[in-house]
Design a protein around this ligand. Structure first.
Ligand SMILES: Nc1ncnc2c1ncn2[C@@H]1O[C@H](COP(=O)(O)OP(=O)(O)OP(=O)(O)O)[C@@H](O)[C@H]1O
Length: 332
């Protein structure tokens, strides 16, 4: 049992915490006792609202931030104690930073990062060509990346992260700022990397439709703590029985009313859609009563299948945080 778990696990994050020391003792806990596993070869989603602690966790995984407590192991190599071996396991593309050099060509970037990671000249030539062909950039290899579209720059960054052939690839917001076509290309690429090349792909994203399409398993963190750790299928089932959509005519008139605090509100042309987890008939009738009192004409009430965005909002909006804690770490 143990052996299977060790060989199957690509990333093990155990009781990880990060406290940022601030002046006058105002310390801030960005990551709070976080544990999760990522299996080899899976596409894994690491989700959370702004400021939840995702980037801090990822930076600890790739050795850029030192944890206050806890351990991270990458394919069995401890990031703190076997640093160089652990770093050989992982390629990272961080969001909001220049992961590649804009005045260099795509090819020069690959050579630069290949050298930095200690790859031989031959392996840079062979792997660099294979990567650029796979990412459909071979014909543009001699163009400066400054002149590339954002989607192409993102693909060059992924090629550079993969030049030393690490088994784990971590991508922070891989589809941010990409148009529909570039997003499709990126999604297909990430699926292929896991399916055909056996890579473990970890992504963070606020684009939950992308995550829903790609990821087999998902961890959600909120205020530094894990609030869900499930397969996508299990997450989607969490609120299935008590998820309703209420359709009313006209604009929403209940902003600021606490009764709607956990309901997603979407105004669409002449109608408003109120969607959320309504866990009892009493709550449903009380909500309908409120809608009547506010003078919003009711069109329909129907049970709906929640998507990942609905589930995410229900978990994160839950005032008690953690009450919906959904955990399934049984990977054996
Ligand atoms: N170097 C730092 N010093 C102090 N606080 C920091 C530092 N880096 C991050 N934080 C704080 O830690 C918290 C978590 O930040 P982090 O960047 O990990 O969140 P995130 O989940 O990646 O958010 P986003 O989705 O907005 O990128 C935030 O409140 C942030 O302000």
């Amino acid at each position: 049992m143990n052996v299977k778990r060790i060989t199957d696990t690509a990333v093990e994050v155990k009781a990880l915490s990060k406290v940022y020391r601030k002046s006058k003792g105002n310390d801030f806990t960005a990551v709070d006792n976080v544990s999760f596993l990522v299996r080899q070869g899976e596409v894994f989603g690491f989700l959370g609202s702004n400021g939840a602690g995702k980037t801090t966790t990822i930076k600890m995984m790739c050795g850029l931030v030192t944890p206050t407590a806890g351990q991270i192991s990458l394919n069995g190599c401890d990031v703190a104690r076997q640093r160089s071996e652990a770093m050989r396991q992982i390629g990272v593309v961080l969001e909001g930073t220049r992961n590649i050099y804009w005045p260099l060509t795509a090819w020069q970037n690959l050579v630069y990062f290949g050298n930095l990671k200690g790859c031989s000249r031959r392996s840079i030539q062979e792997r660099g060509e294979a990567l650029l062909r796979e990412l459909e950039l071979w014909d543009r290899r001699n163009d400066m990346v400054r002149n590339f579209s954002r989607g192409m720059q993102q693909r060059v960054a992924i090629a550079c992260a993969l030049i030393a052939d690490p088994p784990i690839l971590v991508l922070d917001e891989p589809t941010l700022g990409l148009d529909v076509e570039a997003t499709q290309i990126m999604k297909a690429l990430l699926s292929r990397l896991a399916r055909d090349h056996g890579k473990t792909v970890i992504i963070t994203s606020h684009q939950l439709d992308v995550v829903q399409e790609l990821c087999e398993r998902i961890v959600i963190i909120h205020q530094g703590k894990v609030i869900a750790d499930q397969s996508l299928a299990e997450l989607l089932l969490l609120f299935r029985r008590d998820y309703y959509q209420i359709k009313v005519n006209g604009p929403f008139l209940g902003y600021g009313d606490a009764q709607f605090s956990q309901i997603a509100i979407k105004e669409e042309q002449d109608v408003t859609l109120l969607t959320g987890s309504i866990s009892s008939q009493t709550k449903l009738y009380s909500l309908l009563n409120k809608i009547r009192k506010l003078g919003m004409p009711l069109i329909s009430v129907s049970p709906v299948e929640p998507d990942l965005e609905d589930v995410f909002l229900s978990l994160v909006k839950n005032e008690k945080g953690g009450i919906c804690y959904a955990n399934n770490q049984n990977h054996a």
